[in-house]
Each structure stands twice: as structure tokens, then as C-alpha cells.
Design a protein around this ligand. Sequence first.
Ligand SMILES: Cc1cc2nc3c(=O)[nH]c(=O)nc-3n(C[C@H](O)[C@H](O)[C@H](O)COP(=O)(O)OP(=O)(O)OC[C@H]3O[C@@H](n4cnc5c(N)ncnc54)[C@H](O)[C@@H]3O)c2cc1C
Length: 304
Amino acid sequence: MRKPSARDLPGLCARYNVKLSPHTTWNVGGVSEILFAPFTKADLTAVMKWIGDCGMDFYVLGGGSNVLITDEVLETPVVLTTGMTGISVRRENGVVFLDCAAGTPLKEVLSLCVKNGWSGLEFAAGIPGTVGGAIAGNAGAANWFIGSAVESVTSVERGGAVVKWSAGEITWGYRKCSLFGDGGRVAQSVSFMLRESERGKVARSVKEAMESRKTQPAASRTAGCVFRNPPLDSAGRLLDAAGCKGMKMGGAKVSEAHANFIENVGECTAHDILSLALTCKKMVRDAFGTSLCFEIKTIGIGDA
Ligand SMILES: Cc1cc2nc3c(=O)[nH]c(=O)nc-3n(C[C@H](O)[C@H](O)[C@H](O)COP(=O)(O)OP(=O)(O)OC[C@H]3O[C@@H](n4cnc5c(N)ncnc54)[C@H](O)[C@@H]3O)c2cc1C
């Protein structure tokens, strides 16, 4: 790997020694030696070209609402997408297409849908983070997944090539999108395909979706569900039945409200969260023989 030279870094959006904890909903994470914070498509292309030219690996960070980042210094560059925001609207024969920059908060997309009575994303109400993060993890709730509303995804590949993927070229699974996962590309923008509906109807569905979240510790610092649900079961139910609720390690605590959430209850580190999560995983395996898998993504932590 060629050592980065300050001279040929895509200068405007490069930052050095940036604390990552403020960029995550858990409020944990160490320092990034080089963080790129692109604002425009051209910025992102330049960053990905530089990364490709250097033969470097990279991490992508959106809203940080589904990641556990190491407490250590992170040498691998981080591409933070939250500066790349914006939504444009196209209408064709009663179909509404929303072209959203990857760093746009999902909440903003939802607000626009409610305001205009556009239907298709109501289930996503209450899911924090960005459009890009939601696509990368095929975010979902109550058997609905965001991939079902996607018309196309535009990505930037390592090396800087911009590629538009139509819905037919993408495979969606439980918290999985075939385009992402091996770390070779970044979502630049996403086009959603929605239906014209009635404002009141969309608003009611959004309200219902929010109400179904009342069992979650929304006011605490968490990263959503830590573990994926095993087939035909619920990770939260298993964790609760194994006696994990309320367990604490350092500043990390298994939520009393929902056993699949770990809360930062003060002075929490990634190490605390990881130790607690692995202990809970073992308790479930010992009690029921079920091996839970992480839903959260780890950055700089290795095979957890
Ligand atoms: C209170 C709470 C409730 C939640 N409820 C739900 C829920 O109901 N359903 C659900 O699915 N999730 C839920 N989550 C988890 C999380 O909000 C979602 O997974 C969200 O979509 C992650 O988006 P993000 O921008 O924060 O992604 P990040 O956490 O920043 O990143 C998550 C992953 O996506 C990748 N990524 C991010 N942006 C891009 C991009 N532009 N291109 C390529 N890869 C990218 C990252 O590299 C990482 O691997 C919840 C979280 C919280 C805190």
C-alpha cells in the first residue's frame, strides 16, 4: 500500500485525527486518522479515485446508527457521507420517483412523503440514519424492507467509476443488499419509486409505525437491534429468556425495555459493548443452543 501523501489527497474534504464517537448514535468509537467528508458527487468520485490509486481499503459511515467502531485509532480511511444530502422529485404517470443523495437522513425522506401523501416508505418511520445506510443494510420493519421501494442505486466504485444499478440487478435479503458488504463501493444516491396516495392515510400509517416502536428505548443511546433474528424466532425474546435484560458491563447495559438493545449509560466504550454483547450471545447459546449473529456492523474490530 502506498503511503498517502498530503499533496495528492482530495484536499477539500479530508480531515485528520477526527473523533468518531460524535458520528455514532452509541457515542462510542476512537479517532480516524483520515476521514473524508464529501459534500458533492465530484468530491466523492475524487475520494474514491484517490483510494483506488493508493490501493487502500476504506470504511463507509453514514448516520452511525448501526455500527460499533473500535476505541483504537483507525488507520484505514473513513468516508463519511452525511454531508451529501438532497432530494429531487420526478413524476411519471402517477408514480413518484425520489432521487436522494446517500447522506440524506431517512427521516427527511419520510417527512416529504407525509407532506405530499406519497406511499411506500411508511414502515421506515423511526429508523434513524441515512438513505445510504438503509440501502446497504436493507433496513426494514414488520416484514417490510427498504429494497422493495428502490428503483435504482448509483454507486461509486473504488477507483472512481460511477455505476447505476437498476432494481433488477440488485438482490435484497434480510438486512442485506448484494451491492454492499465487501467494502468495494459507496452508495452515492438512491432512487425510490413511490405511489401517489392521500396525505391523511400516509400520516396514519407513519403514526402506527411509530407506535409499534414504543417497546424500544428510543431516548437512550443505542444502535438499534444488536443481533439479527434467527429464522422463525426473535433475538429479543431469546435474550430476555436467557436472563440478559439489565446486565451491565462498564458503561454498557442491556436495555430493560428491549433485550436486543444495548444502551450507553455513561462512559461507555466499544470494548464494554462488545464484551456485553458476546456474553449475551454465549448465554443464549448455552440456554437454547442458538447462535445469534450480529445485526450491527463492526468497524476496526475484526471478526467479532
Ligand atoms: C433507535 C433505533 C432504531 C432502529 N430501528 C431499526 C429498524 O427498525 N430497522 C432497521 O433495519 N434498522 C434499525 N436501526 C438500525 C439503523 O438505524 C439502520 O440500520 C440504518 O439504516 C443505518 O443507517 P446509517 O446511515 O446510520 O448507517 P451506518 O450505521 O452509518 O452504517 C451501517 C452500514 O451501512 C454502510 N453504509 C452506510 N452508508 C453507506 C453508503 N452510502 N454506501 C455504502 N455503505 C454504506 C456502513 O459501511 C455500515 O456497514 C435502528 C437504530 C436505532 C438507533
